[in-house]
Structures are given as C-alpha cells and as structure tokens.
Design a protein around this ligand. Structure first.
Ligand code: 1CP
Length: 357
C-alpha cells in the first residue's frame, strides 16, 4: 500500500530537512477559479454532492495537480463536515454560504453533542482519502484537515458565517462554562477526525483556525489556543520517517507564532499580516513555517506576482539565519473564484525557480 513518494519536498520541509527548492501548495487550490471544477460541480449538482461522493472528491482534488507543479494535494472536503456529523444539519442556502439547521445556543444543546463515528458518520471522508491516495499513486503527499475547535464552534453557535461573531462572543462572556464544554467535545471530535484521516492515508494534517484572529489576545488564549494545544499534545502522529506532521494555520494570528510553535506542532501557517522574517524569528527554528503571500497578489500582473513571490521567499530566509529550509510556500488564506488560473502557474513556477538551491 505504501508507494514511495516521487515528490517529498513538502514533507521534508515540514521536518526542516534540506530540499532542492521550496515546496508550494495553495489553500483552496481546488475550486471555482478552475473551469473543470465548475463543470464537475454543475454535473454533481452541489458542493455537498461533490464532497460526499469519494470519486468526485478525488477528481476535484486532482484537477489543480494536472495543471500546476504543486508539491501537495489537499483533500477536497470542508471543515463543516464534523458539526454536520454531530447532528447540526449542514446545508447551503443558494448564494448564502453554509448554514446549520440546528445551531447550538444553550447548555442543553451542548449536552446533546457527542463525538461522531468516523467510519459511519464520516465514512465518506475516509473513503475519499483512500481513493485519492490510490489515484495519486505517490505523485505528491496528501494533506488531510479539520477546522480548529474555536472556528468550528463559531459556525455551530452562529448557525453560519458571521461578520461580528456576536452570539459566540456573548456565550464566551456570559456562559464561558457552556462554551468550554462545546470546545471540549469539538476538540475530542477533531482529534478523532484527524486520527481517522491519518489511518485512511493522509500524510500531513492541517488545522484551519480561520477565525482565531477575531478574538482579543486573552480570549484567543482561552478559547482557541488552549484547544489547539490539546490537539498538538494528544493527536498520535507516529514516529520517525512515518510521522504524520501537523500544521496549525491561523488567520490574523501572526502575533501568536511563538506560542503556536511551543504547542508541539510540526508547522505553523500564517497569513500575510505578519512578515515571514518576523514569524521565522518568533518560531526560532522549532517548527516549519507555511505561508504567506497575500492571495490578492494573484490579481497582479505576472511580473508583480514574480516580484512578490521573491520578496516572500527572501523574507523567510532573512528571518531564518540565511537558510531557506523549513519553509512551505502558500498563500496567507484561500483563493477566490475570480482568480486567473494562468497566474497560479506563474506563482508556482516562480517559487520553484527563485528558491532553487
Ligand atoms: O463550490 C462552492 O460553491 C463551495 C465553496 C466551498 C469550497 C470549494 C466550500 C463551502 N468549501 C469548499 C472546499 C474547502 N473548504 C476546502 C477544500 C480544499 C482546498 O483547499 O482546495 C477546504 C480546506 C475548506 C475549509 C474551510 N471551509 C474553511 C477553512 C479554510 C478557509 O478558507 O478559511 C472554512 C472557514 C470553511 C467554511 C466554508 N465552507 C464553504 C464556504 C463558502 C465557507 C466559508 C463560509 C464563510 O464565509 O464563513
């Protein structure tokens, strides 16, 4: 079952080992900016129909790899599969993004929640991981993922996306014990979910703390960081060359790089609001760093993209004692549907060319 990897740059960089050039993958590299994705989605009918069909999830996972020399694949799924499996009823209202039929608003709602069964309730995700591993055939490693407990709780309490996070912040202020109970059971579910993806074949794991940056520092430490510390400490990732590395990505959480690096994670992902030299100094060589080009750079010209890629690579090197090792190039957040696929090719090639050792 273990086909040797033809391209292991991404995993080597996560272990801070030497590589021939800096590896690159892009958050939301599979998605609506690709015409072939839009065609597959139109045939399948909806995003959820794609995510729940392992063959289709595999197809869209592989689409960007056919076009670009990306160094990793990321499972096509969503962070909201976990609360859905916990019974909240995920649906997509046309043009409105994800929503839950039964949001969490009280201690009684939290008491009803349990850790879902990974092979029945979330079996479609594990099947997708197995199909993708088979079809990748060792081309590049496959990344599995989960939302962070705090970010998942945001959707569970708000019932969907939010601008001000009023409901969950009110819960944090008025009923902190209820919110901690929700975060505890969600953390249990996240750890089980990541472990199951690892057993199904995921070769690295990323936690998306997309909404960590909306918290004050005191609240971030209490309601987000604490639970990511639990994940880094409790998730069994194996040993030695077989170890499955963990990346903690946060949006707007660059000021916490030192604390994130101290959790025992293997990598930390940052957005573009911190410079990589500053992030690398804060990380102090304890972890690999992933990031952090502003995604809107893809709206720039090919020349502008090349220039910003070089600046990002050099910034990491300058903060890491003159060495490029231990860096995984990525955007600081996900791609948007109106981005030009040709510009992605320019970016990927510029990363490899400018960072060649
Ligand atoms: O086709 C469509 O209309 C659906 C859009 C879409 C896509 C392509 C959604 C709904 N999810 C996804 C896939 C997805 N989601 C991936 C695929 C792998 C890849 O990166 O290529 C991943 C990793 C996610 C993770 C995810 N979902 C996050 C964390 C990362 C991030 O972007 O911050 C979040 C916050 C979500 C929630 C979600 N799911 C979908 C949407 C539109 C949203 C955001 C809702 C909001 O604005 O709050």
């Amino acid at each position: 079952m273990t086909t040797p990897l033809k391209n292991d740059r991404f995993l080597r960089a996560l272990r801070r080992e030497p590589v021939d050039c800096t590896p690159v993958w892009l958050m939301r590299q599979a998605g609506r900016y690709l015409p072939e994705y839009r065609a597959t989605r139109a045939k399948a009918g909806s995003f959820l129909a794609m995510a729940k069909n392992p063959e289709i999830a595999c197809e869209v996972t592989l689409q960007p790899l056919r076009r670009f020399e990306l160094d990793a694949a990321i499972l096509f799924s969503d962070i909201l599969t976990v609360p859905d499996a916990m019974g909240l009823g995920l649906y997509f209202a046309e043009g409105e993004g994800p929503k839950f039929e039964r949001p969490v608003s009280s201690a009684a709602d939290v008491a009803r929640l349990g850790v879902p069964d990974m092979e029945t309730d979330l079996g479609y995700v594990m099947d997708a991981v197995r199909v993708i591993r088979r079809e990748l055939d060792g081309k590049v490693p496959l990344i599995g993922f989960s939302g962070s407990p705090w970010t998942l709780a945001c959707y569970m309490v708000q019932g969907g996306g939010s601008k001000d996070f009023a409901k969950i912040k009110a819960m944090a202020l008025n009923e902190p014990a209820t919110l901690h109970k929700l975060l505890e059971v969600t953390t249990d579910a996240v750890i089980a979910y990541l472990a199951a993806q690892r057993h199904a074949g995921a070769q690295a794991l990323q936690v998306f703390d997309t909404w960590g940056g909306v918290l004050s520092p005191a609240m971030y430490r209490e309601f987000s960081l604490r639970y990511m510390q639990r994940i880094a400490a409790e998730l069994d990732r194996g040993q030695g060359a077989e170890r499955t590395p963990l990346i903690l990505f946060g949006k707007g959480t660059g000021q916490y790089v030192a604390e994130l690096a101290a959790t025992g994670t293997d990598g930390v992902g940052v957005d573009w609001t911190i410079s990589l030299d500053q992030a690398a100094r804060a990380a102090g060589g304890r972890v690999a760093l992933q990031g952090n080009l502003d995604p809107t750079t893809l709206y720039g010209s090919p020349e502008a993209i090349e220039r910003e890629v070089a600046r990002t690579l050099d910034s990491y090197r300058d903060g890491n004692g003159g060495s490029r090792e231990g860096h995984i190039f990525n955007l600081g957040h996900g791609m948007s549907p109106d981005m030009n696929p040709e510009h992605v090719g320019v970016l990927v090639d510029a990363v490899h060319r400018h960072s060649a050792r």
